[in-house]
Design a protein around this ligand. Structure first.
Ligand SMILES: [Zn+2]
Length: 329
C-alpha cells in the first residue's frame, strides 16, 4: 500500500518539482510538527496528572450515577479525594507528596507498579469509610438489596460528652490519617468522603468498595452508650444472611486481625468481634468488610483520647498493622 502510493506521486511530478516540493514541505512540516509536538509535550507532561484526574472523574462518574437524583455532594467528595491528591502531588514533588501519588496512581492506572513493590500492602486496594457525615440523612433505604426493612440512609452518629465533638468529625480525622498511613505501606486507598459536608448514603459507600474491587472495606465509627462508664473497642463484621454469605468468612478473619492489632496498639478494653446482620453498609457490600468502633464518646476519658493526636496515632498504627496482618497473607 505505501509503495503503491509513493509510486503514484513519483509519476505525477518531475524530479526537480519533487525536490522543491519536498524542501518546502519539509520546512513547513518541521515548523508545524515542532510546534505541535511542543504542544503535545506539554499535554503529555500533564498526562500523569490528568490520568489521576481521569480516574477521579471515573470515580465521580460512578458516584454520579449511583447518586443520581439523590445527592450531588456524594460524588465530588469521592472524586475530590483523588483529584486533590493528584493535584497536590503533581504541583509539588516533595517526598511526602510523592508517596501519596504512588499509592494513588499505582492502583488507579496500573496496579502494583514499581514504586510500591516490596511494601506490605503493595497491590492492595482499601476503601476507608469514615462513618456518618455533618448532617444525617433520615430518609430511608432498604437494609439490603431488595429488603422490605428500611433504615436511615445515614444515621446521625454519637457525640463526645466531654469534647462535644461529633463522631463524624472524629472518624474523618482518623480516616484521613489512616489513608496516608496505608498509602505509605503501598496500598491504593479510596475514601467514601474527605469532608464533613456531604450526603453519601450507606449503600453508596458499600457500592464504592464494590466498584473498586476493594480487598478491604474499612468502616470507621465511634460508639455511644446510655451509661457513661462503658468504654473500649469492638469490631463489627457481617453475620451470615441473604446478602453477606460470600464475605462472612474473609470479613471475620479481617475483623479478628484488626481488633487484635487495635487492642495491642492502644491498650483499650477489648470488646471483641461482633457479628451484625442489620447494617446496610455490610449488606450492600460484595467485598471483605469490617466496621471498627474505636471507642465510646459517651465515656469522658475515652472521648478525650479519641480526639487527641497521640491516641489517634495509636489507633491509626493499630488499624494499619491490622490491615497488614490480614492482607499480607
Ligand atoms: Zn457511628
Amino acid at each position: 500500500m505505501t509503495s503503491g502510493l509513493s509510486g503514484k506521486r513519483r509519476g505525477a511530478l518531475t524530479p526537480v518539482a519533487m525536490l522543491l516540493v519536498a524542501v518546502a514541505a519539509f520546512g513547513v512540516t518541521y515548523w508545524v510538527v515542532s510546534s505541535v509536538t511542543g504542544g503535545n509535550r506539554n499535554g503529555s507532561r500533564a498526562t500523569p496528572v490528568s490520568s489521576g484526574s481521569g480516574v477521579a472523574t471515573g470515580t465521580a462518574g460512578v458516584g454520579a450515577t449511583a447518586d443520581a437524583g439523590a445527592s450531588v455532594d456524594a460524588t465530588p467528595s469521592v472524586g475530590a479525594t483523588d483529584a486533590g491528591n493528584t493535584t497536590g502531588n503533581s504541583s509539588s514533588n516533595t517526598g511526602a507528596a510523592a508517596t501519596a501519588t504512588t499509592g494513588d496512581s499505582a492502583g488507579t492506572d496500573v496496579a502494583g507498579t514499581a514504586p510500591t513493590n516490596g511494601l506490605p500492602l503493595s497491590g492492595k486496594v482499601i476503601v476507608i469509610d469514615p462513618g456518618h457525615q455533618k448532617t444525617a440523612n433520615t430518609s430511608t433505604e432498604p437494609i439490603g438489596p431488595g429488603a422490605s426493612e428500611k433504615k436511615a440512609k445515614v444515621a446521625g452518629g454519637t457525640r463526645g460528652v466531654a469534647t462535644g465533638i461529633p463522631e463524624s468529625k472524629t472518624v474523618l480525622e482518623i480516616g484521613l490519617q489512616l489513608r496516608d498511613a496505608l498509602q505509605a505501606q503501598g496500598a491504593t486507598v479510596y475514601m467514601t468522603r474527605t469532608k464533613q459536608n456531604v450526603d453519601v448514603w450507606n449503600s453508596r459507600r458499600a457500592q464504592l468498595a464494590n466498584d473498586k474491587h476493594a480487598d478491604l472495606f474499612l468502616r470507621l465509627h465511634c460508639d455511644g452508650a446510655a451509661g457513661s462508664k462503658t468504654h473500649g473497642i469492638s469490631t463489627l463484621v457481617p453475620a451470615k444472611n441473604t446478602w453477606t454469605a460470600p464475605i462472612v468468612k474473609s470479613s471475620a478473619a479481617a475483623g479478628k486481625a484488626i481488633q487484635a492489632a487495635l487492642i495491642a496498639a492502644t491498650g483499650a478494653a477489648d470488646r471483641g468481634v461482633v457479628k451484625r446482620s442489620d447494617l446496610s453498609g455490610f449488606n450492600y457490600c460484595e467485598v471483605t468488610s469490617v466496621l471498627v468502633e474505636l471507642g465510646f464518646m459517651t465515656n469522658a476519658a475515652e472521648d478525650r483520647k479519641l480526639n487527641s493526636a497521640d491516641y489517634q496515632q495509636k489507633l491509626v498504627a493499630g488499624l494499619t498493622q491490622g490491615c497488614i496482618d490480614y492482607l499480607e497473607h
